[in-house]
Design a binder for this molecule. Structure first.
Ligand code: ATP
Ligand code: MG
Length: 396
């Protein structure tokens, strides 16, 4: 039914000389995201990206575009030559198809970017409004009325470069910047609520991410790993593909339990997670690490904990959730579709080995000394050797 999808991107337009690069990246991401939906062509101009689907595949494309960082909003539209007679005809076509529940109210809104078009925007709107009203109400009076303040239905008309685009729907995208446009990050992904949201926020700011999960088999079972895979799959909808590194963390965990002060177990575990992540990041060109910490949320997320664990990371650690409250994080998790999976009960390694009274304000020096009891290089090397790398692709 639609022959074109109009894509709006807000922020990219502000990026000065980087603009071209950001646009290229967004077009590339759109192509990748909708590649398997069928044939289409794509065109970009200064203010818009246009997708021309070849067949009736728009609904599937819509489902994918909703999640693509960099897209502010989009509208499936019918296009025609910028000729008023033709615009009138198409307006009626789209209105008849889209609007089923009568009686209803509507409004026409016109944007005339092409000043060669002879009729000004407000006149286009009022003439089209009258045309629709007259035709739709032909059989039944008052089926349709105009309401310019709170219409139940919109008909938008955009006139650009000799063409007119008509649409009734404006669908929100996530906004932000196109994935891959700002760099590459490695997300520490547990099975919890927080870290998937942190990953999504990173992607929303243009980071391409891969993920690392520390698996303490058999203390954490196969189901916990499956849960993390499922979360990775959901996240991959926003970027197309994620490599999930499943690190077998059991030996490291045992060494910590044997050779480090009990109250420092969590601190040491976190430091060793960073030690392994450092190596994965170095081997895979990641420029930053990301995690799901939020200041003060739990004992291991006090400022002192962050200070005494961050010390073990070679790369900057981004914490997109650092100032967020739990309910804000939960709301986002629901929005991006990870919440239901995250609340399944399978435990990640943290909960199994947490001591009764973990230190809430660990000392950096004690943590460093404790780490000196471990053969870090060997432990990391062995964990890396056993790491399983899973390529997770977008499920749609
Ligand atoms: P989440 O909801 O993400 O599990 P959390 O509130 O349970 O977070 P912690 O258990 O303190 O918090 O973990 C803090 C962060 O450390 C997590 O958000 C995640 O980035 C990382 N992390 C914790 N456990 C693991 C794990 N088993 N594998 C990978 N990363 C982990
Ligand atoms: Mg957790």
């Amino acid at each position: 039914m639609y022959d074109v999808i109009l894509i709006r991107f807000g922020e990219i337009a502000l990026k000065g000389e980087n603009r071209h690069e950001f646009m290229q990246q967004l077009v590339k991401n759109i192509k990748n995201t909708i590649a398997t939906t069928g044939d289409f062509s794509i065109k970009k101009t200064h203010g818009r990206i246009y997708i021309f689907p070849k067949k009736e595949q728009s609904e599937e494309i819509i489902a994918r575009l909703k999640n693509l960082p960099g897209i502010v909003s989009f509208s499936p539209a019918i296009s025609t030559k910028a000729d008023f007679a033709m615009i009138k005809e198409k307006a009626l076509t789209i209105f008849k198809r889209e609007v089923a529940n009568f009686p209803t109210t509507f409004k026409v809104e016109t944007k005339r970017a092409d000043k060669n078009f002879p009729i000004k925007s407000p006149q286009v709107s009022s003439k089209l409004g009258a045309h629709i009203l007259e035709n739709i109400n032909a059989e039944q009076e008052n089926k349709l009325t105009v309401d310019v303040h709170q219409p139940e239905q919109m008909l938008n008309v955009e006139i650009r470069r000799g063409k007119a685009y008509l649409f009734t729907r404006t669908i929100a995208g996530p906004g932000g910047l196109p994935v891959y446009s700002t760099g590459r990050g490695l997300l520490l992904l547990s099975g919890g609520i927080d870290s998937p949201v942190a990953g999504w926020l990173g992607m929303k700011r243009g980071l391409a991410i891969d993920a690392v999960y520390f698996h303490t088999f058999p203390y954490t079972g196969e189901r916990a790993k499956e849960k993390v895979k499922e979360l990775t799959k959901i996240l991959s909808k926003y970027c197309g593909r994620i490599f999930l590194h499943v690190v077998h963390f059991t030996e490291i965990q045992r060494a910590i339990n044997e050779d480090c002060p009990e109250r420092y177990t969590v601190t040491m575990m976190r430091r060793l997670m960073y030690r392994v992540a450092n190596k994965i990041a170095a081997d895979n060109h990641h420029q930053v690490l990301l995690n799901g910490e939020s200041l003060g949320q739990v004992a291991s997320q006090t400022l002192e904990s962050i200070i005494s664990t961050d010390d073990a990371a070679d790369l900057p650690v981004l914490r997109p959730l650092i100032t967020m409250n739990k309910n804000e994080i939960i709301n986002l998790a629901k929005k991006i579709g990870t919440y239901q999976t995250s609340i399944q009960p399978y435990e990640d390694c943290c909960t199994v080995f947490v001591p009764d009274k973990p230190v809430t304000r660990p000392s950096l020096q004690v943590a460093r000394n404790a780490e000196a009891n471990l053969n870090v290089a060997q432990l990391v090397e062995e964990a890396i050797a056993k790491t399983e790398i899973i390529k997770v692709e977008s499920p749609l």
